[in-house]
Ligand binder design. Structure first.
Ligand SMILES: NC(=O)c1ccc[n+]([C@@H]2O[C@H](COP(=O)([O-])OP(=O)(O)OC[C@H]3O[C@@H](n4cnc5c(N)ncnc54)[C@H](O)[C@@H]3O)[C@@H](O)[C@H]2O)c1
Length: 353
């Protein structure tokens, strides 16, 4: 019997509605080629829905998603709806509710993409940012006092648990073991004197479990500079929720357009669905024009296939992206061409082997 994967597609807002169909087209081409099926159900959960109903998703949203093998998300965010509504009304409940404690972002310079860095060749920049995705600086603990007075104050707690640190670090080490065997940790233990020394301690302890893996650590400030000056130094970089968030936008920026950068919110235990989404947002400035680059969405789909264990199909998608970019005939405007989202999706689907 043909294996079937059930996918919940949430295109969301803006260009999410344009890039998700292009992504599905490529994934379906690869699934056909590699002998499995995708059963896709689409959900209209978005800021538009929020404007209509006051909720980004229904009360039982997570229950509805639980039965799927994975979630394929476009982007959420719409002018007029505050960004914290879309983040805390949809993305964070899914990431936390489904224990997607890894946010994984590959940073890879591909042929055919211009990098803002001088003299860098494809192959020279190839690393992963592993971001802690469930705790750290993005906690709900805190509050305000004396609102509207001279004494007004705000307090926000960062949460670092041993379990939370250890599991994201182990994931980073396991990933490095399959690659160049090198993990770098993002820290700031000179300035943040409780949580970051704890992070460093856990990094040293987990590092001892992996004697075959080289380790180093950098304060986040100099690490951002190294991303620009020496991106070839890195293999796997692990960071807290906030540091990882910043690094995982900086990484794609140094290898070219934000339109090509993929991401995964991963539940490594696989007891609940993981969610794959491009790094970019809903791009209201170009939404509705059919010119968004779908590669970030398509590549996120390749990560989803890899997560299913369909490595050959995932590699076929990555290979098709690489070929189409290197060949250079089909490029969206962000890459200096004039192809549309659909053209790019069609070209990549046609290049699947
Ligand atoms: N995970 C998410 O859903 C997510 C992530 C980031 C931002 N957002 C939301 O998206 C909205 C817009 O945010 P923003 O403008 O800061 O970031 P953005 O990523 O949407 O856009 C930044 C710039 O990059 C361009 N761009 C982005 N994706 C592109 C693509 N695929 N092809 C070509 N060009 C592309 C846009 O046109 C824009 O000029 C906000 O509401 C924000 O909260 C959502």
């Amino acid at each position: 019997m043909t294996k079937t994967y059930k996918i919940a597609a949430i295109p969301g807002d803006g260009i999410g509605n344009e890039v998700v169909p292009a992504g599905l087209r490529v994934l379906e081409a690869s699934a056909r080629r590699h002998g499995f099926d995708l059963k896709v159900q689409s959900f209209d959960w978005s800021c538009e829905r929020f404007a209509r109903t006051g909720k980004m998703m229904p009360e039982d949203g997570l229950e509805q998603l639980k039965v799927f093998d994975s979630i394929y998300l476009g982007a959420v965010g719409y002018p007029g709806v505050p960004d914290h509504v879309s983040l805390w009304g949809l993305l964070i409940p899914i990431r936390r509710g489904f224990r997607q404690y890894i946010n994984l972002r590959p940073i890879k310079l591909l042929a055919g993409i211009e990098t803002p860095l001088k003299n860098r060749l494809p192959g020279e920049i190839d690393f992963y940012v592993v971001r802690e995705n469930n705790e750290g600086e993005y906690s709900e603990i805190g509050g305000r006092l004396y609102a509207g007075t001279e004494m007004e104050m705000a307090m926000q707690q960062a949460i670092f648990t041993k379990i939370g640190c250890d599991r994201v670090m182990r994931y980073a080490f396991e990933l490095a073991r399959k690659r160049k065997k090198h993990v770098s940790s993002a820290t700031k233990s000179n300035g943040i004197i409780h949580s970051m020394p704890f992070w460093d301690e856990r990094f040293a302890a987990i590092g001892k479990e992996y004697p075959d893996i080289k380790t180093d650590q950098y304060h986040i400030d100099i690490l951002t500079a190294h991303f620009v000056r020496h991106p070839d130094w890195f293999d796997v970089v692990v960071g807290s929720n906030l540091f990882g968030d910043i690094l995982s936008d900086l990484g794609p920026a140094v290898v070219g357009s934000i339109g090509i950068a993929p991401g995964g919110n991963i539940n490594p235990e696989r007891d609940l669905p993981s969610m794959f989404e491009p790094v970019h947002g809903s791009a209201p400035d170009i939404a509705g024009r059919g010119i968004a680059n779908p590669i970030g969405q398509i590549w996120s789909g390749a990560m989803m296939l890899e997560h299913f264990g369909e490595s050959a199909a995932a590699q076929a998608v990555e290979q098709a992206i690489t070929e189409v970019l290197a060949e250079g005939g089909t490029k969206t405007p962000d890459l200096g061409g004039n192809a549309g989202t659909k053209d790019m999706g069609a070209a990549i689907a046609a290049a699947i082997r």
